[in-house]
Design a protein around this ligand. Structure first.
Ligand code: ATP
Length: 348
């Protein structure tokens, strides 16, 4: 892939029109790249309302797996693909791994990130704390979240407080994990790791930035308390859900920032040992307890939609460079790597 991209005259930034693509195209344009949107059915009409975010041109497909058939066309167009959450979810991790088009970042991260157990192995072996796991439903003695394999966007979870709750809720035909429900406040930390930068917060190789933070709006869990106790609601057949509807900008008290960098650093250093390193944007999804400890319940190893409130910069990005967004940072990394003849280190 690196060889292909070295042969491009003029790199074009391409991604699927969804999730954070308006931000990605906006950042690419600001860094002087042409942009290519992959859309299903027809170009999203509402993109016309955002001229600084919409791509210069579109490729229209019938469905997402059609991307596998247009690899040659994408290469012909000098495309570098930017993966985002919807891109990977719609195409599937296995297809992303075999897609023959240069892609920003290290695809091997998918092997570690798309499986909840491997993700846990990576983060805990990095010394990052995660919610504890309860192996036997009989031992549920506090609130837990039961997560089915492949649950996405907070669907496919339920809360149980004891074995009885578990028994009523469980679908025994599916694989699941019982996880301690961590009490605290959620912070989604948006990092950017560059293996080629030598500025700022240095790691054993490259450097780490903190660009922004958000909290997700989740329906109906965020507001359900207004209707009374969970027990009362259960009797009416109303259960909590965690479906993401939007994102809210947040900042952390400054005294917690050293821990934020330490966790990010450990995650990156361990990824270098395990699979050659995750590259570019990633997000640690955390809960801060009342003891001021961080517990990480998930990692997303690419741009997350929680960066979208910061297309015009964030309180943290402002301290690095005015108006810096994750979208701009991705395009900048590609531009810097090209300038330094180091594209092979950031493309796979
Ligand atoms: P996605 O992959 O789309 O990010 P997902 O379906 O894998 O989502 P998570 O992000 O793991 O789900 O969790 C969804 C929501 O459930 C979180 O935003 C958080 O509110 C809550 N949650 C998850 N794990 C825990 C936990 N261990 N303790 C408390 N709350 C949790």
């Amino acid at each position: 892939m690196a060889e292909i991209v070295e042969g491009y005259d003029d790199i074009k930034i391409a991604t699927v029109c969804s999730h954070s693509s308006l931000q990605i195209f906006h950042g690419a344009r600001k860094e002087g790249f042409g942009t290519l949107g992959i859309a299903i059915g027809s170009p999203p009409r509402f993109y016309d309302a955002f001229p600084r975010g919409k791509p210069d041109e579109y490729i229209i497909l019938d469905d997402y797996t059609g991307i596998l058939d247009i690899a040659d066309d994408l290469i012909e167009a000098n495309a570098v693909l930017i993966p985002h959450g919807s891109f990977v979810e719609y195409l599937g991790a296995k297809n992303v791994l075999r897609l023959g088009v240069p892609m920003f970042g290290n695809r091997r991260v998918l092997e570690w990130e798309s499986d909840r157990r491997k993700q846990r192995e990576w983060l805990t072996s990095a010394g990052v704390r995660m919610p504890s796991i309860i192996d036997n439903p009989k031992s549920i003695d506090r609130p837990v979240l039961v997560k089915y394999d492949g649950a996405k966007g907070g669907r496919g979870f339920f809360i149980a407080k004891d074995e009885w709750d578990f028994k009523i809720g469980i679908d025994p035909t599916q694989n699941y994990m019982i996880q301690e429900y961590v009490m605290g406040t959620r912070y989604y930390l948006h990092y950017f790791y560059s293996p080629i930068s030598i500025e700022g917060y240095r790691l054993s190789k490259g450097s780490l930035q903190l660009l922004s933070m958000d909290r997700r709006d989740e329906t109906n869990i965020d507001e359900i308390y207004k209707l009374g106790s969970m027990e009362d609601l259960k009797r009416l057949g109303i259960f909590p859900s965690f479906v993401v509807t939007g994102n809210v900008p947040v900042v952390l008290r400054e005294s917690l920032l050293p821990m934020v960098f330490e966790m990010g650093e450990r995650t990156v250093e361990r990824s270098i040992e395990l699979f050659g390193g995750l590259i570019g944007p990633f997000c640690l999804e955390t809960i801060v307890t009342d003891k001021l400890d961080f517990v990480v319940f998930e990692i997303s190893a690419r741009i997350v939609a929680g960066t979208n409130p910061f297309i015009g910069g964030s309180p943290y990005a402002e301290l690095i460079e005015p108006d810096l967004s994750t979208g701009i940072r991705i395009a900048r990394e590609i531009r810097n790597a090209k300038g330094a003849g180091r594209l092979a280190e950031i493309i796979s």
